[in-house]
Write a protein that binds this ligand. Sequence first.
Ligand code: 3PY
Ligand code: MG
Length: 245
Amino acid sequence: MKRFGTFVELGGANVMECLAGTGLDYVILDAEHGPFSPESAAQMLRAAENRSLTVYVRISSVTRPEVLRMLDVGARGLVVPCIRSVAQVKELVDHAKFPPVGHRGYCPTRTSAWGADAWAADAEAYMAECNRRVSVIPQCETQEALEHIEEIAALPGVDAVFIGPCDLSIDMGIPLQFDNPLLLDAVRRIIAACHANGTECLIFAGSLKVAKKWLDLGADSIAYSLDAAVLSAAYRQAAADFRAL
Ligand code: 3PY
Ligand code: MG
């Protein structure tokens, strides 16, 4: 089934509780553009887990501390923006996955109930389970990443690729032109690279009209809009409807 998610920019445990049970398959807590630390992310993760909502975190760069801290507070995946090279993705996988895939640093944090979960008792089982539950999701939103997308999508440890059509179109010199044939070709190429490797392809859409376009091209999942945009659009509409009563 095609998965449906959204970005969380507003943050807070209450927002996670509101979004859980709405039919969303996942949310992406945005620590690239949003003001979130591992400490605030941990509180939101608790609220989300309590209501079985899957949370990925978009980190701001590929550094060992950023990767480890967001995974250790319990992120079920990392979306990683502005990738420009295959080497960067290899480094990301190396930080995020335990052997035999990478070299993630070991510490039984809240992911395993501070080591209390049964699967955490055995080191091999712990590492295998952490590798299974964490999705590594590099973004394709630069021309450099596009040029190497076949290699990136095939890397061991890459679980999915996320297309950022806004930044990709800007980088291609056709800003936010979602109907431009050059962008459509790029999106087709990324989706094909993912599917050649059995890798899920996620993409952002600011509207359901654009979402339909990406689904028709074969995208597996839509990250639809942002919590803040959906909230303010709903109030704008309600206020307009109220004035018309
Ligand atoms: C983009 O479209 O550039 C994104 O990163 C979506 O959030
Ligand atoms: Mg982007």
